[in-house]
Design a protein around this ligand. Sequence first.
Ligand code: MG
Length: 167
Amino acid sequence: MRIGIGFDIHRLISGRDLILGGVKLPSAKGLAGHSDSDVLLHALADALLGAAGAGDLGTFFPDTDPRWRNAPSRIFVKKALALAARGGWSVANVDLVVVTEAPKLAPHREAVIRSVARLLSVPPARVNLKAKTMEGLGEIGKGRAIASYAVALLEKSSPRKRGSSLS
Ligand code: MG
């Protein structure tokens, strides 16, 4: 097995959609950035790359490259999955944290989990999502940014393991 960790943070600004885990959420503000700025998928992609020993997101998708302007972040996760698969690794489970004051994630939690599971081609039981606030502290606490942490566990692809209790 191999484990990886990812982190990302984006500023919240007016005039952009808020997309988390590939799901567009109702919000007056969205995340600033070069791509669609899906902070959750950026952290997840880095966690997958870390577990695969394949570097980081910025190496593959520099934010100076016009090809990735407003790009859907699922392509970053797909690239990380492809690199992992090349090494014979598949996703055992991922654990995700979104740190945000607003919007509240609880009403959207299942939709985001389903979206991420679909993207990873794993059952939803292998994706866990937690939402935290900063209790009003700091830039995130003041509603100026959203951060995300991700941990990904990869396992060697093996037909024997496909019927495990997590599947
Ligand atoms: Mg990012």
